[in-house]
Design a protein around this ligand. Sequence first.
Ligand code: ZN
Length: 112
Amino acid sequence: MEYKKADKSYKDVGPKGGKLVERLQCALCGWIRPVKYGVSKRMGQVREVRFDKMDLIHAPLWRLEKMTSAGRGSPKATIELVDSKTLVQLNDDIKFQIINQCQAILKILKSQ
Ligand SMILES: [Zn+2]
C-alpha cells in the first residue's frame, strides 16, 4: 500500500487567516484527529490523542450499539451497548489487519 498525500481539507486554513489546528493521523487506522480536542466534562482536563491508554485486555473494541432519541453527537443521544468483543475476540480478518499493520509500524520505528 502506498501513502498518498490527502488533498487539503476544507478545515485547513493557512497561517494568514483562521486558526491553526494540530492534527495527528493514527498509524494503525488512518483516522485524523485534532491533538487537543476540548476539555473533559468529567475530569476538567484538556483531552488529547494518545496511543497508550487503551485497556487492551478488557476494552470493547467491537461494539454493537443501539442508539435512540438523537444522533451520537447530541447530548440527548442514548447509546446502549448491546454486544461487544475484546481484542482477542475480534474476527480473524481484523486481527490479521492489526497484526500486519503493527508489524509494519514496528519495522519502520525500530529501523530508526
Ligand atoms: Zn487508529
